[in-house]
Design a protein around this ligand. Sequence first.
Ligand code: HEC
Length: 346
Amino acid sequence: MTLRRLTLAACVAMVAAMVWAGGGNIAEAVGEEGKKSPNPLSGDKEAEAAGQTIYRANCAYCHGMRADGRGRGLPNSADLRKFKRGYTKFVQTVKEGYKTMPEWGGMGEISDEQINQIGAYLETLAKRNANWADPDETSEVEEEGQVIPASSTTSEPAEPKEYQIHIGHILTSWTDTPGEVGLATILEQEAMIAKEHAGYAVTDLEDLPNIQLHTRHVRHAVDPTKERSGEGPGMGYGIVKAAAGIIQHMEFARDAGDASESAKIHAEHVLASARNIQFWAGKTVDKAGQIIGGASPVSSAFYAEEIVERIDWILNGVDANGDGNVSWEEGEGGLAQVRAHLSYIE
Ligand code: HEC
């Protein structure tokens, strides 16, 4: 890091401290130089340099090289330049994970000193209203270079468990979907659109252009990335992406440290059904590609009917083994089974 950037960073840190000091209710706790981060390595140049290296190896994948939250790992990784919850919470976040961030960022344990080094580095990037000072005097700091978490007697409102947050992303809301609906909801919306257009495609099985046109529309709802024009009746998200999202978030929930027994069990059922959806969606994209790519009229008609069936399976599952039941199993479960098994999770 250059001297210039360090100087700038120091100014930024001072401004941050001043802004925080003006915050009101903690004013009495603020000394002449403003309330400081309890990180024992705060302001230590060597620690900042070491922290940058450790940060890049362990955190940048998700939080981005500039700590602006724009990494390639998990979506919605926090912008760490705006971190406000105080140093003790920072240490706790790294060690124990935080909401969708797994403990240690999933990258394996690092030492207390390394955490302090990362903290020292991140302080140099802090934006105006960031805060690295602990918000109250109850936090005990600095014992042999290690920060002891604030006393847990201060009760916080009950937060949802981590596994419940991931399930919420499937059922209620996920940030990158249109309208920020849950992943299961967007999957259902796209599947209903696909179903409608698959129906149009088979209204006249001798009319190849009609089959091709409506198959394009189906494909747009299943996987819009395949539609070069980007145009179509779908929501722009696609069944393929929604199914992958459900799988990812279900795995996060299952693997969360606080996952309940029922979450662990039913996660496997949800996953099996979501993988079926993924498989059938893939088949649909294949067949659609063949129709659009100029398969013979006879093949196209046949594939169009197959697509109608696959979309129905995606929504409702299929009794593949003929036992009178649609279960969650491989080859059987669809969205209805995904929802059913999510509802069994306590
Ligand atoms: C696998 C991706 C991933 C890795 C690696 C990762 N994080 Fe995170 N982190 C996240 C996500 C996602 C969030 C946001 C969680 C939420 O709010 O739902 C987060 C949140 C945080 C927060 C809380 C931010 C706030 O404003 O309260 C801190 C602090 C943090 N991470 C620090 C780190 C540090 C330090 C490292 C490296 C040791 C690291 N993270 C590695 C994904 C990751």
